[in-house]
Design a protein around this ligand. Structure first.
Ligand code: ZN
Length: 652
């Protein structure tokens, strides 16, 4: 963790026009600067930088934030990484928060392991380029494969000499502890102080983290020995969880964002060959089938994935199951089948970049279409096998979260499979119902009553309630942060007399407190609670406080809030668009409060109706009567609030 003082110092130094200016040509437009957005393709500039506020905002794609957010987005870094990046640029010393002894120990372990890996990578690279055996065997092998020297350097490839413990001895001599050599798996430890190099006689492929740290190695044997595995990888460790990493992601991430597509291949050499041929947005799952962690990693950068296959049918069939996982994550999947006998590596070597790219573009097919025709070929005219195939395809379609895309597939597969659309929809509905049932099946016997849940509850997922009020809550927090200290708001007492000026924040906080309301969205609620604790003096820059917040969820949300246009109600938007918020606080502050309270009441009423339905079903007359009374109460308040809201909306 970086301490607040350092974050403030970084934010003060990293002037937004300066940081953005490194990547975007900016022109002055009034008090702001304007340029072409680096995050989406545009011909007329809609990317705005406000030096006064220290923020950027694109009115085309909606991206916005302060200098740190810009670097996060542009360089695809985490919050802390982006802060450190800017600290380096502006020569600011980074002070990290003190850790507990346990945290300190764990961090030291991880850091020691990363240091050992860094040492090992440099060691193996040095041998590859400078040792006589390294050059002859290792470098010779890479060059024979057609890897250019700049690519060999870029991917930090190396060679481990074919000696029992040459590397381990040198590492110990250089002061690295045996403990960490063993923990990273570089060294194998046996009884009676026996040690050996895990990777001896192998060319080395370092596996980098998203930020470029060496987490692990893959080593390929060069001599022919039936007893030895062709590839050996670092074991799982505190710093290396194979299922969460993708080979090549560090080098590919920017290209993935730029092209909004990720190519997925199987091995290290596939990645390197494709990268060399100019296709840089490529990663490998390193032999294992895809895991949810790897899929999430891809999803951070794009929704579009193209999976490359060599023409081996058995291999293709085996990996098809894994691809269903990608569909489930909501990714759009294409498949590219390479010509017979070629893998991505050999194909990239045979073709130059533009041929390769053209081949990819012309031959990528949609995954479900691919799967359908592949299996269709196999089943031929056997009606039973065919029915099984329909089931299989339908299962793939059913897990796609987006309904629009689903119906596209239904259309297409109905033609391909020669089955009518209605029947496919029917099958999909059956599968979805089953999924729903298994999700809703009570875990304990006491919950069996939940089986008869009415429809409304079934369709609600956890977290949905919190989203329900998000617009209302955002409006409240936005007005608080932007205009909290404004005095022009006039409050009247119950008789509508004795107008007294109060600040917007006093009004809003008072309104929320009298009804004992918190916010449902956890980030917005954090902001609200922290807002109450801020000193109420002119020296407190509330916007800046939250923009520089150490919690990136907070700072990003606030950056969004202060740049977004408020959501005008549909009926009243016509005449108001030209007015600015601050002229309308008398209307806006109460309106947002009433809208929020009204939304809560309406939700409450819905819940009551459900309760009543349940009570009616179990013939509990007294409960029904009680609930009806409560609903009457709710309606009474709802009425008052609606009237108040109407009055406010009609203020002119
Ligand atoms: Zn944009």
């Amino acid at each position: 963790m970086i301490d607040q003082l350092t974050i403030d110092r970084i934010n003060d130094a990293a002037r937004i026009e300066d940081v953005v200016g490194d990547y975007v040509t900016l022109r002055k437009r009034g008090v702001n600067l304007l340029g072409l957005c680096p995050f989406h393709n545009e011909k007329t500039p809609s990317f705005t930088v406000s030096p006064a506020k220290g923020i950027f905002k694109c009115f085309g794609c909606g991206k916005g934030g302060n200098s740190v957010h810009f670097i996060m987005e542009h360089e695809q870094l985490s919050y802390v990484e982006a802060l450190k990046y800017l600290a380096r640029k502006y020569h600011i010393e980074v002070v990290e928060k003190e850790l507990t002894p346990e945290e300190e120990a764990a961090r030291n372990d991880r850091e020691s392991m990363l240091l050992v890996n860094e040492y090992a990578q440099k060691y193996f690279t040095n041998i590859l380029h400078n040792h006589i055996d390294g050059k002859a065997v290792g470098l010779g092998y890479f060059r024979e494969r057609g890897f250019r020297d700049d690519i060999i350097r870029k991917f930090q490839l190396g060679y481990c000499l074919d000696e029992k413990d040459g590397f381990t001895k040198d590492a110990l001599k250089s002061g690295y502890k045996k403990e960490f050599l063993v923990k990273t798996g570089l060294t194998i430890e046996g009884e009676n102080n026996y040690v050996a190099d895990r990777f001896r006689g192998r060319v080395m492929f370092p596996v980098h983290s998203l930020s470029g740290k060496v987490l692990a190695f893959g080593g390929r044997i060069l001599k022919k020995d039936e007893k030895l595995a062709k590839y050996v990888n670092s074991p799982e460790s505190e710093i290396y969880h194979k299922s969460n990493e993708l080979y090549g992601i560090f080098f590919a991430k920017q290209a993935i964002v730029r092209h909004d597509r990720c190519y997925l291949v199987e091995g290290y050499t596939d990645v390197i060959s494709m990268f060399q041929s100019g296709i840089e947005n490529v990663v490998a799952s390193s032999g294992t089938s895809l895991t949810p962690g790897q899929i999430r990693l891809i999803h951070r950068f794009t929704e579009n994935v193209t999976v490359l296959y060599d023409g081996d049918p058995a291999g293709i069939k085996a990996s098809i199951r894994g691809i269903d996982l990608l569909l489930e994550e909501g990714l759009n999947i294409k498949v590219l089948l390479l010509p017979d006998g070629d893998d991505p590596d050999s194909f990239a070597r045979k073709n130059n970049a533009s041929d390769f790219i053209r081949f990819v573009e012309e031959n990528s097919v949609d995954f479900i279409r691919f799967k359908t025709s592949l299996l269709l070929n196999e089943v031929g005219n056997d009606p039973i096998k065919r029915a099984g195939l329909v089931q299989d395809i339908v299962r793939s379609i059913a897990i796609i979260p987006n309904q629009l895309i689903r119906s596209e597939y239904v259309k297409e597969c109905s033609t391909l499979l020669d089955v009518n659309e209605q029947m496919l929809y029917h099958e999909i509905a059956k599968i979805k119902n089953k999924q729903l049932e298994s999700k809703l099946t009570p875990k304990t016997e006491t919950e069996t009553a939940a089986n008869q849940q009415p429809k409304l509850e079934q369709s609600e997922k956890p977290g949905q309630t919190a989203q329900k009020f998000e617009n209302e809550e955002r409006n409240i927090i936005r007005v608080l942060i932007k205009y909290g200290s404004y005095l022009q708001f006039i409050s009247t007492d119950e008789n509508g007399e004795n107008s007294t000026p109060v600040t917007v924040s006093d009004y809003i906080l008072h309104e929320l407190e009298t009804d004992n309301l918190s916010l449902q969205n956890p980030v917005l609620d954090t902001i609200l609670r922290e807002y109450k604790l801020l000193p109420k003096d002119s020296a407190t820059d509330v916007e800046k406080h939250f923009l520089n917040h150490p919690d990136v969820a907070v700072s990003q949300l606030v950056a969004d809030l202060i740049t977004e246009k408020y959501t005008l109600s549909k009926i009243h938007s016509k005449f108001r668009e030209l007015e600015t918020d601050d002229k309308r606080l008398n209307e806006l502050a109460p309106r947002y409060i009433y809208e929020y309270k009204l939304a809560l009441i309406i939700q409450n009423r819905k819940e009551m109706l459900l309760k009543m339905k349940k009570a009616a079903e179990s013939n509990d007359a007294s409960a029904v009567g009680q609930i009806m009374k409560e609903i009457e109460q709710i309606d009474y308040f709802k009425n008052i609030l609606s009237k108040e809201l109407d009055r406010v909306l009609n203020l002119l």
